[in-house]
Design a protein around this ligand. Structure first.
Ligand code: MG
Length: 369
C-alpha cells in the first residue's frame, strides 16, 4: 500500500562504530535482536504499566505491554508495506526509558531534576541506556544501534526543536521521523487504551455498560456481541467486545495513515520526513473513539482513588531515595558512585533510579530504613 514510503534498510546512515555486515540478518534485524537481548528489555518485566503487580497475575507489566505494542505495530507496518523489522525494533524499545512506578516515577524524577534546572524525559533516558549503560561489546559502549533506531527512540512520541541540545541536534530535529517510527506512538496508544480497559475490568473498576455510555463506537460493538452471544459469560462477552475495539482502532490507524499519505502526495521517504506534520494517524472514527476512551479511562481508572493513592506513595518513596543517594553518592554501587565524582551527582542518581525495576527499587528503599 505504502511501499514507496518504506524506509529502505540499505539507506541507513549506519552505526557510530562501523561493523561488518552479518551474513543473513540485515541491520534493522540485528538491532531488533540487540534490543531483545539487552538488560533493559528484561527489566521491563518488573516495571509497572498502570496497575501494580501483586493484586492480579493478569495485569500488564511493561514487558507484556511492549509485546502487545510490537504485535499491533507489526500488523500495521505489514499491511501498509512498511519496514516491519524497523517498526518492531522501535516498538520493543519504546518503553526502555521508563523508570519504576510508571508515570508517578517519571513525574517525580522530573520534579527532582527541576530543582537543578534540568529535567527527566524517558525517551532521552532510553537513548542514554542504549548508548552508554548497556555494556556487552568489547569494542564500543552501548548497543551501537543504527541511526534510524536511535532517531526513532528519541522521536517516536514527539518532534524535536532545533537547538534543544547538542546531543539531540544529531537527530535531524527539523524533520519528521520515517513512518515506521511515527506508527509507534499510535500503536502504543491502541495497546494501552484497550489493555487498560481489560485490566480495569479485571480490577472491578469498570463494566461494559459504563464504557458503552461514554464511548458510542464501543456501545455498538457491545450490542453486537450481546446479540451474537447472549448466553456467554460476562467476561467472555467483554473480551469479544475488546477484540472488536482493537480491530476498529488498528483498522482506523491503517486507513488514516494511508489517506494522509495520499492527500499529502508523498512520493518517497524524503517527503514523509519533510512534511510539516506527521502522516501517521487515525481515520475520524478511530480518532474520536480514542479521545472518548482516554476521557473515560482518566475519569474511571487513572484518577480513581486507588490509583491516585498508589501514585502519591510511589512519588514520596522516589523522592526519599533520591535524597538519600544524593546525600552520599557512595551509597550507590560502582560504577555509579565513581561517576558521581566526575559528573553532576543529581544526574547520576537520576540515571541510577530510572533504570531500576520496581522490585529492585523496593529492596533499595527497605535497606535504607
Ligand atoms: Mg508504552
Amino acid at each position: 500500500m505504502l511501499g514507496h514510503l518504506r524506509f529502505p534498510v540499505a539507506r541507513s546512515r549506519g552505526r557510530k562504530y562501523p561493523e561488518l555486515h552479518h551474513p543473513y540478518r540485515n541491520e534493522f534485524q540485528r538491532d531488533r535482536d540487540r534490543i531483545v537481548h539487552a538488560r533493559a528489555f528484561r527489566r521491563l518485566e518488573d516495571k509497572t504499566q498502570v496497575f501494580a503487580s501483586g493484586i492480579s497475575d493478569h495485569f500488564r507489566n511493561r514487558l507484556t505491554h511492549t509485546i502487545e505494542v510490537a504485535q499491533i505495530a507489526r500488523t500495521v507496518a505489514s499491511v501498509l508495506d512498511l519496514d516491519v523489522d524497523l517498526t518492531e525494533t522501535l516498538a520493543l524499545a519504546h518503553d526502555f526509558g521508563h523508570p519504576p512506578f510508571a508515570h508517578a516515577g517519571e513525574k517525580e524524577l522530573d520534579s527532582q531534576m527541576r530543582r537543578f534546572g534540568e529535567s527527566f524525559e524517558h525517551n532521552l533516558h532510553a537513548l542514554r541506556l542504549v548508548e552508554r549503560f548497556e555494556q556487552r561489546y568489547a569494542r564500543f559502549p552501548g548497543l551501537n544501534l543504527t541511526f534510524e533506531v536511535r532517531e526513532g527512540i528519541v522521536k517516536h512520541s514527539r518532534d524535536l526543536t532545533p537547538g534543544q541540545s547538542l546531543e539531540l541536534d544529531q537527530y535531524l530535529p527539523e524533520s519528521r521521523p520515517p513512518l515506521e517510527a511515527q506508527l509507534i506512538d499510535l500503536a502504543d496508544e491502541v495497546a494501552y487504551n484497550t489493555a487498560d480497559l481489560d485490566d480495569a475490568f479485571e480490577a472491578g473498576l469498570i463494566s461494559m455498560p459504563m464504557i458503552a455510555a461514554a464511548v458510542p463506537a464501543y456501545a455498538e460493538l457491545f450490542e453486537a456481541v450481546e446479540t451474537q452471544y447472549p448466553g456467554a459469560h460476562e467476561r467472555v462477552q467483554f473480551l469479544e467486545s475488546l477484540r472488536l475495539l482493537i480491530d476498529l482502532l488498528v483498522t482506523g490507524l491503517i486507513e488514516g495513515t494511508a489517506t494522509a499519505a495520499r492527500v499529502a502526495g508523498a512520493g518517497g521517504v524524503e517527503d514523509v520526513c519533510a512534511h510539516r506534520s506527521r502522516l501517521a494517524g487515525y481515520n475520524e472514527r478511530a480518532a474520536a473513539t480514542t479521545r472518548e476512551l482516554k476521557r473515560f479511562l482518566h475519569a474511571n481508572v487513572y484518577d480513581s482513588v486507588a490509583l491516585r493513592e498508589d501514585r502519591a506513595r510511589s512519588r514520596a518513596m522516589i523522592a526519599e531515595l533520591f535524597e538519600w543517594f544524593l546525600a552520599d553518592p557512595d551509597r550507590m554501587p560502582e560504577p555509579h558512585s565513581s561517576l558521581a565524582r566526575r559528573e553532576p551527582a543529581h544526574r547520576v542518581v537520576c540515571d541510577y533510579i530510572a533504570a531500576m525495576t520496581d522490585g529492585f527499587f523496593r529492596r533499595c528503599y527497605d535497606r535504607k530504613s
